[in-house]
Write a protein that binds this ligand. Structure first.
Ligand code: F6P
Length: 371
C-alpha cells in the first residue's frame, strides 16, 4: 500500500458515477489540504471525460482548483466537476466506423493524459464502479486514493458511505409526509426508493418512518404475505398503510424491474413500486398509489453527518497521499477513518445483513418484509 515514489507536486480529483450529497465537501477538503502542502490541484471534468475528450471542454477538461474555487461549496449538492455514469475508461462507449457502438478500453490513453499533465496522483471519489476503475488505474501504476461515495451505502469495508445519510433523511421525511394523506384517504401508499441491489435506504427510511412493510432486494417477497399484513392492519382498525419498496426488490418468483439497459453503464432499475402497488390493489381491494422518490434522494445539500464525513474523507485522502500510500480507499470505522486496499472492495457489494440490529428492530416492530 505504501508507495515511496517521487514527491507529489500536482494531484487530480475526479468524481464519477451518480452524484451524492457531500461530493463538493470532499473536493473542498482535498483542495485545501493539498494546497496547504504546496501541491497543485486539478479537477477532471465529468469523471474522466475531461482527460479523454479534452476538446469537448473550453478549459481542456481540467479545472485549476484553488482555495477560492472551493469557497462556499461544502453545503452544496451535486459536484462542481460534473460526473457521468457512462464514462468508464475500461469500457468506454465508442462508435465504430460502421455506426455500431461497442465498449473500448481507453485506460492507456487516460494514463498517458495523466503523464502529459504531470499529474502525480489521483483522488477518485466514487461508488463501486468508480472505485473498480481506481483500482485498475492503481494496478497500472498510477498513485490513487479512493473516497467512498454513494447514496446506496453498498460499498464494503466502510461502515457508511457519504451521501447515504442525506438520502435516508430525505426519504424518511417523505414517508412521514405520506402518513397523513394515506390515512385521510384510507389508501396504501407505496414509496419506491433507490439503492440498487441493496436495501439500506429502504430499511433505514422504512423503519425510521414507521412503514408497515419494507420490500428489499435481500428478501425476495411474496406479495400475498404483504397483502395479508395490510388486511391484518384493517382488522385492527388501521385503514391505511405505507409500503416502502427498494428499486431492487423482487418477488420470490420474479426478477428485478429494469427500466432500461444501456451500453457502458449498469442497468437502470425502476418500476418496482408500481408493480407492487398494482398487485396490492388487486389483492386487498384498497386504493394504492405509488410515489417514486427517484433523484430527489440525490439532490440537495448534504446533512451535517454527510458534510463532516465528506470533509474527513477528503482530508484523510490527502493525508494518505502525503504518507506515501496508494491503491487504498479511505473508510469509516468509527471513531476512525482507516485505509483499506482498493482491491478488497472492488467487485464486491455490501448488502443488508438480515441479522443486523435494525432488521431485528423492524421485526420487533411487526414490520412485514413479505417473507
Ligand atoms: O447509485 C446511485 C443511484 O442513484 C442508484 O440508487 C440508482 O439506481 C442509480 O444511481 C440511478 O442512476 P441514474 O443516475 O442513471 O438515474
Amino acid at each position: 500500500m505504501a508507495n515511496n515514489g517521487k514527491a507529489i507536486k500536482k494531484i487530480a480529483i475526479s468524481t464519477g458515477g451518480g452524484d451524492a450529497p457531500g461530493l463538493n465537501a470532499v473536493i473542498r477538503a482535498v483542495v485545501i489540504a493539498a494546497r496547504n502542502r504546496g501541491w497543485e490541484v486539478r479537477g477532471i471534468r465529468d469523471g474522466y471525460n475531461g482527460l479523454l475528450n479534452p476538446g469537448d471542454y473550453p478549459d481542456g477538461g481540467l479545472m485549476h482548483l484553488h482555495r477560492h474555487n472551493v469557497r462556499g461549496i461544502t453545503h452544496l449538492g451535486g459536484t462542481i466537476l460534473g460526473t457521468t455514469n457512462k464514462g468508464n475508461p475500461l469500457k468506454y462507449p465508442t462508435q465504430a466506423r460502421n455506426g455500431k457502438w461497442y465498449e473500448k478500453d481507453r485506460t492507456r490513453e487516460l494514463l498517458a493524459a495523466f503523464r502529459k499533465h504531470k499529474i502525480d496522483a489521483l483522488v477518485a471519489i466514487g461508488g463501486d464502479g468508480s472505485l473498480a476503475i481506481a483500482n485498475a488505474l492503481s494496478e497500472k501504476g498510477l498513485r490513487v486514493i479512493g473516497v467512498p461515495k454513494t447514496i446506496d451505502n453498498d460499498l464494503e469495508k466502510t461502515v457508511v458511505t457519504f451521501g447515504f445519510d442525506s438520502a435516508v433523511s430525505f426519504a424518511t421525511e417523505c414517508v412521514d409526509r405520506l402518513h397523513s394523506t394515506a390515512e385521510a384517504h384510507r389508501r396504501v401508499m407505496v414509496v419506491e426508493v433507490m439503492g440498487r441491489y441493496a436495501g439500506w435506504i429502504a430499511m433505514n427510511a422504512g423503519v425510521s418512518g414507521t412503514a408497515d412493510a419494507i420490500l428489499m432486494p435481500e428478501i425476495p417477497y411474496d406479495i400475498k404475505k404483504v397483502a395479508s399484513a395490510i388486511k391484518a392492519l384493517q382488522r385492527q382498525n388501521k385503514h391505511f398503510a405505507i409500503v416502502v419498496v427498494a428499486e431492487g426488490a423482487r418477488p420470490v418468483d420474479g426478477k428485478v424491474s429494469v427500466e432500461f439497459r444501456e451500453l457502458g453503464r449498469a442497468d437502470k432499475l425502476g418500476g418496482a413500486g408500481e408493480r407492487v402497488a398494482k398487485q396490492l390493489q388487486a389483492l386487498t381491494g384498497k386504493e394504492c398509489r405509488t410515489v417514486v422518490l427517484g433523484h430527489l434522494q440525490r439532490g440537495g445539500g448534504p446533512t451535517t453527518f454527510d458534510r463532516l464525513l465528506s470533509l474527513r474523507f477528503g482530508a484523510a485522502a490527502v493525508r494518505a497521499l502525503d504518507e506515501g500510500r496508494s491503491g487504498i480507499m479511505v473508510a469509516l470505522d468509527p471513531p476512525k477513518v482507516l485505509y483499506v486496499p482498493l482491491r478488497e472492495i472492488s467487485g464486491r457489494m455490501k448488502t443488508v445483513p438480515l441479522d443486523c440490529d435494525t432488521m431485528l428492530t423492524a421485526r420487533a416492530m411487526g414490520i412485514s418484509f413479505g417473507d
